[in-house]
Design a binder for this molecule. Structure first.
Ligand code: 5AD
Ligand code: SF4
Length: 444
């Protein structure tokens, strides 16, 4: 067993977990390869948040089954949330699988892989204490480093499988985190994204998340700090003050709402009312001038009436989020809502989703248009994906900006004037070029 192909599905937590696994594998003398054809073992790091995510992985496993038919010695493994969720059932059903490892089993991955070459292996025991605090991830080179500060979740929202797949909430020690941030900066990263399922409930003795942000702010060479995802219920005044005062913390908060109807929020067990959510959003806007807010919404939750949905539509209009991730409810085994009858037919879920997408698209477009004519500071990430002739970066508000390739290296800050916008992208040009051109539009 020498070469491993590792593919990641799902959220940033999983991307960070894959980097953690890559570190564990490389320290054990294994190497990572870019193509499954070149590998002795293929690992899929998976997500179980919605059924669709699982189906994609099952489809991919079908492709690996064909590869394994030609090379029976190939070890095929599934790690992450889906591994934990389906546990040994995965081994029963998919003959192609040799290895199933849940999110708490990555420390032993090299030994598990070696065993899986001889017999099917499932390592899905939850470990309440495992934080991987001491393990350095192997990061893909770049500008933005993801740093997992907390694992698991104790909130048990009634639709969500995460507390069952990732287990109880555990915070990594402050000293480990600061060491990791420093190492990332030494390795050339300029931005860190602090990750946790309810990242703002992070704590270490008497240090809270506000303290962590302030400590990260003091790390020399770091340009920007982001974090995702905070829970509205843990957005203390102390934290809002830290967000406002820390020079490196970007003015963008992703604040999942899920629904704007109180009865739905109650059944989701979110722990806040719309009024309470709105108060947090208003405090953020008051404390951090020009802060960008984004959110997550689920449509078609069991019992969501036309009236409940209309409240969500009305609130999206009122709140004017910069962007929103919009999802159809997907019933997940093990969760409380799994047992509840689904009252919104699939077609109606689709209609509600389409309505929100259209509304949010229009709002994001209007908000982005207001940037036209303004100067922005972009942290350059590299060539634009669609057009490598152009460069790409992000503003502090996390707006993607595409601009002509002027040779600015990745990791540099570049001042640009916004010359155009779509709902998802701003287009920049050299700030000097048209200083006598369009007047500055003030956004406040
Ligand atoms: N169905 C649909 N969306 C879900 N999410 C979490 N669980 C489900 C589910 N069962 C969404 C929530 C969460 C985001 C990461 O995924 O909006 O904030
Ligand atoms: Fe899931 Fe709720 Fe925890 Fe987020 S806070 S991970 S939605 S249970």
């Amino acid at each position: 067993m020498k070469r491993v192909f590792l593919e990641t599905y799902g959220c940033q937590m999983n991307v960070a977990d894959s980097e953690l696994m890559a570190g564990v594998l490389e320290r054990a003398g294994l190497s990572l390869v870019d193509r499954p054809e070149d590998a002795d073992a293929v690992l899929l790091n998976t997500c179980a948040i919605r059924e669709h995510a699982e189906q994609r992985v099952l489809g991919r496993l079908g492709e690996f089954a064909r590869l394994k038919a030609r090379r029976p010695e190939l070890v095929v493994g599934v790690t992450g949330c889906m591994a934990q969720h389906l546990r040994s059932r995965l081994l029963d059903h998919a003959r192609v699988l040799d290895l199933v490892v849940g999110p708490d089993g990555y420390r032993d991955l090299p030994a598990l892989l070696a065993r899986a070459a001889r017999e099917p292996v499932a390592e899905v025991r939850p470990d309440r204490d495992e934080t991987y605090g001491d393990l350095e991830p192997r990061r893909e080179p770049g500008v933005r480093a993801w740093v997992t500060v907390q694992r698991g979740c104790d909130r048990f929202c009634t639709y969500c499988v995460v507390p069952f797949t990732r287990g109880r909430e555990r915070s990594r020690p402050l000293a480990d985190l600061l060491r990791e941030v420093r190492h990332a900066v030494e390795a050339g990263f300029r931005e860190v994204v602090l990750l946790g399922q309810t990242v703002n409930s992070w704590h270490d003795d008497d240090h809270d998340f506000a303290g962590l942000l302030r400590a990260a702010d003091a790390v020399e060479g770091l340009l920007r700090t982001r974090f995702t995802s905070p829970h509205p219920g843990d957005m203390s005044d102390r934290l809002i003050a830290a967000l406002a005062e820390c020079a490196k913390v970007c003015p963008h908060v992703h604040l999942p709402l899920q629904s704007a109807s109180d009865p739905v929020l109650e059944r989701m067990s979110r722990g806040y009312t719309l009024a309470q959510y709105h108060e947090v959003a208003a405090k953020l806007r008051a404390a951090i001038p020009g802060v960008a807010l984004s959110t997550d919404i689920i449509v078609g939750f069991p019992g969501e009436t036309a009236d409940d949905f209309a409240r969500t539509v009305a609130y999206l209009r009122e709140a004017r989020f910069d962007s929103a991730f919009l999802f159809k409810y997907s019933a997940r085994p093990d969760t409380r809502a799994w047992r509840w009858p689904e009252t919104v037919p699939e077609e109606e879920k689709g209609r509600r989703l389409a309505q929100l997408i259209e509304l949010q698209h229009a709002i994001s477009g209007e908000l982005n248009d207001r940037w036209i004519g303004r100067e922005v500071e972009v942290l350059v990430e590299g060539p634009a994906r669609r057009d490598p002739g152009q460069l790409y970066g992000r503003t502090p508000q996390f707006k993607a900006v595409v601009f002509p390739n002027d040779g600015t290296p990745a990791g540099r800050l570049r001042r640009l004037r916004v010359a155009g916008a779509t709902p998802v992208t701003l287009f920049g040009e050299a700030a000097e070029k048209n200083s006598a051109g369009a007047p500055l539009v003030h956004i406040g």
